[in-house]
Design a protein around this ligand. Structure first.
Ligand code: AMP
Ligand code: MG
Length: 318
């Protein structure tokens, strides 16, 4: 089914379409989100359909001010309160016990809910005008790289959603850090721009999912699905000087200088730039019919952990 997608710069127009039960994409500092009001069940259904998202992959609920955590969560642990105090608003999602206002279609049947308060001013204004909290996964077709510009959202979802609120390219370009605070001990479920080191500076006992898996606790539901993958094959290397290009249509992205023989490359001056450019570069490579993308694998520290995680998933190794 195709529909008319309204492309707008007006936050008021976008919020009005959302409040009328529409599905609306909007900019955030992580990646573009695809929003539906949690009080509109039909919109939530349409959102899953537009993305081609499996129903057992939960959505993150977005709020515009910290006090709204109480509108969606039934309990906030001391650890969660500390993380909220330090990192909300910002690129951090907390998994908390849900309350009755959050439908199971949002949480994929779970008793917990992912909650985030974005810092992007357009996102906050949009969420302020929304009639209730807004469930929003990344605004891309399921399995493809997340959309970090409004053009990328149009590429994937034009004719499938009611509206796209246009903004600038995403400042971070990687999905939010996710920490599960619903159980006894806080667990990092997904790495992001708020790094493990930053989290541990305020809550030292946070563990990682590798430890959790060993203890056989349930893992982050959506993480079983393939993510972030362009059509081109992804090859990872921690030693760029050793890369030997055989293909005529190869590309490269990383921080070190590009290997000889690549048709397209992006040399980033920092991990921040690498994170911001990664998904856009994947999409550019697909548009240029690149067959192989060589990616420099950063070390597992700071923002490197999040970039590494997305690269491993794109390469089908995680
Ligand atoms: P996306 O917004 O596309 O990055 O996807 C949101 C991701 O957040 C899901 O794939 C899950 O991995 C995670 N998530 C959302 N809600 C929960 C929850 N209640 N428990 C665990 N993980 C969650
Ligand atoms: Mg996603």
């Amino acid at each position: 089914m195709t529909m008319q997608t309204t492309l707008t710069d007006s936050v008021e127009e976008a919020a009005a379409l959302l409040n009328a039960g529409g599905v609306v994409a909007f900019p955030t500092e992580t990646v573009y989100g695809l929003g539906a009001a949690i009080c509109h069940p039909a919109a939530l259904l349409q959102l899953f359909r537009a993305k081609g998202r499996p129903a057992d992959n939960p959505l993150i609920v977005h709020i515009y001010r910290i006090e709204q955590v109480a509108e969606v969560a039934s309990a906030v642990s001391v650890q969660a309160a500390t993380l909220i105090e330090h990192f909300f608003p910002g690129p951090l999602t907390l998994v908390l016990k849900k309350n009755r206002s959050v439908p199971y279609s949002v949480t994929a049947g779970l008793e917990t809910v992912g909650v985030r308060c974005p810092a992007n001013p357009i996102a906050r204004e949009f969420l302020r005008l929304a009639c209730c909290p807004v469930a929003a996964p990344s605004a891309n077709r399921s399995g493809l790289p997340s959309a970090t510009s409004w053009e990328a959202v149009m590429e994937d979802l034009d004719g499938k959603i009611d509206c796209l609120l246009r903004g600038t390219p995403s400042a971070i370009g990687l999905e939010s850090t996710i920490v599960d605070c619903s159980g006894g001990r806080a667990v990092l479920l997904r790495a992001g721009a708020i790094t493990l080191e930053q989290l541990r500076a305020v809550v030292p006992e946070i563990t990682t999912i590798a430890v959790t898996e060993r203890e056989e606790r349930p893992k982050c539901p959506g993480l079983k699905y393939p993510h972030y993958a362009p059509r081109a094959a992804i090859l990872l290397s921690a030693a760029v000087e050793k890369i030997d290009i055989k293909e005529s249509s190869a590309a490269y992205i990383g921080i070190s200088e590009q290997p000889k023989g690549v048709a397209l490359f992006k040399v980033c001056s920092s991990l921040e730039e690498y994170g911001r450019e990664l998904f856009g570069f994947f999409r550019l490579c697909d548009a240029r019919n690149i067959s192989v993308i060589y990616c420099e694998l950063p070390s597992d520290e700071g923002l490197g952990r999040a970039i590494r995680d997305r690269l491993m998933r794109a390469a089908g190794l995680a």
